[in-house]
Design a protein around this ligand. Structure first.
Ligand SMILES: Nc1ncnc2c1ncn2[C@@H]1O[C@H](COP(=O)(O)OP(=O)(O)OP(=O)(O)O)[C@@H](O)[C@H]1O
Ligand SMILES: [Mg+2]
Length: 288
């Protein structure tokens, strides 16, 4: 058995150049989870386009439009000789034939990864999904019954085909994650969410010795800072209140915020925690 470090160094034997990768497996078999081992721009996912068309990834009435988008993007990438990952069940032979035919047309090698997961497991995984993303049990059973073996996929025209558990896909994901650029907004994203992180910028100057930044949208803004006094159990965010401390102490007031709801409360004039004054704090006092 390979050691962990070996497997990270040599995650997969995939073609050197670009290739078309088709996931093959029933709904809930783990295709999209594994697809994260590959760059996001490779991934074409019908669920995503159904969601964009209707607000619901499982809304089958949007399958025709989702398929059009899928095919257009597939063609756009193949034309440019870019790798592409078809993250759908690909459980129908005709769908797979379309993929291999388009790839052959553009002289792109094809790889299939097959997910052999007991149907009971696929069904149980539906429970963890939102209603909108759940697939009917009879459809899952049908898909699971129809999953071909790698040998059958080679006979169908794929250049390479593997069972997912024969490959070191975790090693590949680690490789990608470990070499990704560090995210300067990771803490902001994690505390306040993706959308607020998108309107956040760090200040070049520190606020009273602490890293600070502003959420700004169309002339409205709220400033926060990251308090890290060296105690690993006591670092947190503070948001600046609009008012100053008192006449005697004009120091800025800050308040601890732990999530987007706290930030909203500050924006609306509230204070989700005891306000904290830099002026008074320099004498060791919290302000109430
Ligand atoms: N090996 C696993 N261990 C634990 N949970 C898993 C595993 N594989 C998948 N899951 C979970 O099961 C759920 C379904 O997985 P995923 O979305 O990857 O399935 P899928 O094959 O892409 O399904 P669909 O065809 O409906 O898009 C997800 O919540 C995922 O995190
Ligand atoms: Mg999926």
């Amino acid at each position: 058995m390979r050691s962990q470090s070996d497997s990270i160094l040599a995650p997969l034997s995939l073609p050197d150049g670009p290739f078309l990768l088709a996931m093959v497996g029933a709904a809930g078999s783990g295709k999209s989870r594994v697809a994260r081992a590959f760059p996001p721009d490779w991934r074409l996912e019908l669920d995503n386009y159904r969601w964009q068309a209707t607000g619901s990834p499982g809304d089958q009435t949007a399958t025709p439009i989702a398929s059009v988008v899928f095919r257009e993007l597939l063609e756009a990438r193949l034309t440019r000789n870019l790798p592409v990952l078809a993250d759908s069940t690909n459980s129908e032979r005709g769908v797979r034939a379309y993929l291999t035919q388009r790839a052959r047309h553009w002289r792109m090698p094809t790889v299939a990864i097959v997910f052999r997961v007991p149907v009971q497991e696929c069904l149980a995984r539906q429970e963890t999904r939102t209603k909108a993303k759940q697939v009917p049990p009879d459809a899952i059973s049908r898909q699971a019954d129809g999953v071909p073996t790698p040998d059958q996929l080679i006979d169908e025209g794929f250049d390479h085909a593997y069972y997912a558990d024969e490959l070191d896909l975790l090693g590949l994901l680690l490789c990608r994650a470990a070499t990704a650029d560090p995210d300067p907004l990771a803490d902001v994203r994690c505390t306040f969410g993706e959308d607020l992180a998108a309107v956040f910028a760090w200040h070049s100057e520190r606020e009273h010795g602490f890293a600070a930044g502003t959420f700004a949208v169309a002339g409205r803004e709220i400033t926060v800072r990251w308090i890290d006094d060296g105690d690993p159990y006591d670092h947190h965010w503070q948001a600046r209140l609009n008012e100053a401390c008192t006449d005697g102490c004009p120091g800025p007031l800050w308040v601890k915020v732990t999530d987007a709801a706290d930030l909203q409360s500050v924006y609306l004039g509230g204070a989700p925690d005891e306000p904290w004054c830099d002026g008074c704090h320099s004498h060791g006092l919290a302000v109430s």
